[in-house]
Design a protein around this ligand. Sequence first.
Ligand code: URA
Length: 210
Amino acid sequence: MQDHLTIVKHPLVQHKLTLMRQRDTSTAVFRQLLREISQLLAYEVTHELPMTTRPIETPLQKMDAPVLAGRKLALISILRAGNGLLDGMLELIPSARVGFVGLFRDEKTLKPVKYYFKVPDMLGERLSIVVDPMLATGNSSAAAVEMIKQEGARDIRFLCLLAAPEGVERMKEAHPDVPIVTAALDDRLNDKGYILPGLGDAGDRMFGTK
Ligand code: URA
């Protein structure tokens, strides 16, 4: 994957995202759409996974058939909203290992504060996909990527639903080696660090909190 930012323009992704943005979309529907869209985004973010072949037998003959190469990949969820992307992705990649980075945003400084960190071993030998639906200021995302780099991760991608230009810039500056895959690049952040036009607080919308 070469481009730093990939926007997945597939019509199904764009249609589902519009439904998710709408204020009156219920929690249940939002969650279902997130599950569906996460699979479509996962398809995009994994499309260049290394492959090898394995000898198999079909009912008719032997063949060398393509299979994924290397260690199981690692999905790293930035709590709590990242978990909304996990279920759908794990349906597509059931053997993936899963890690969690707990960061909350200090509402005054907008800087990330760590409260939880648990990730799979041997990150240096896996593709790590860091997931968070909203790439807003980019502070949490950049901090999470830095933490997994310190655990040895080298091959890293970042997957989100919506990105703000500010977040993309921040990530590009901090981690130019980490490609970003998103469904949309929105206009800007408001003074509270929310993405505009956005979809509101992704965690609140998927978990039904306020
Ligand atoms: N986090 C959210 O949930 N929404 C935003 O718009 C920005 C950060």
